[in-house]
Design a protein around this ligand. Structure first.
Ligand SMILES: [Zn+2]
Length: 134
């Protein structure tokens, strides 16, 4: 299994780059799935290889900057600003090395909503989480 950015090209509207994005070193992650519990996987991220400067990134020192947008599976980072992609992804990044399948996150949400009348409602989530992990 692998989590990767949704696009192969830079989606920054100001960027002149037309080349495919550069693949960066993948990292090992765990994905919590409904069907198969916790699964080892890879998370891939890419970056814009553009070295061409463009006008909108001119800084006061007259130095031109390249795009260098970093694309992750759930969001992109440009000049230190993280922008999430629209919609809810199939695999939600909940930590540096953890992803949760959307259907599992919805199940946990439902358990919390329906378990409000049970004194130990978190046990519902804990029990379902344990069934995924073990
Ligand atoms: Zn770019």
């Amino acid at each position: 299994m692998a989590c990767y950015p949704p696009s192969d090209v830079c989606t920054n509207e100001s960027c002149p780059n037309m080349k495919p994005l550069k693949k960066e070193k993948p990292r090992r992650v765990l994905i919590y799935t409904l069907a198969n519990g916790a699964q080892p996987a890879w998370a891939l991220h890419t970056s814009c290889p553009s070295k061409k400067p463009f006008d909108r990134l001119m800084v006061p020192s007259n130095k031109l900057l390249a795009c260098n947008t970093q694309y992750h599976s759930n969001f992109a980072v440009h000049e230190g600003q993280r922008t999430y992609y629209p919609g809810v992804p199939e695999f939600i990044e909940v930590g540096e090395h953890q992803f949760v399948e959307q259907v599992v996150a919805r199940m946990w949400t439902t358990n919390l909503l329906l378990g409000w009348f049970v004194p130990f409602y978190l046990n519902n989530c804990l029990a379902s989480h344990r069934s995924l992990v073990f």
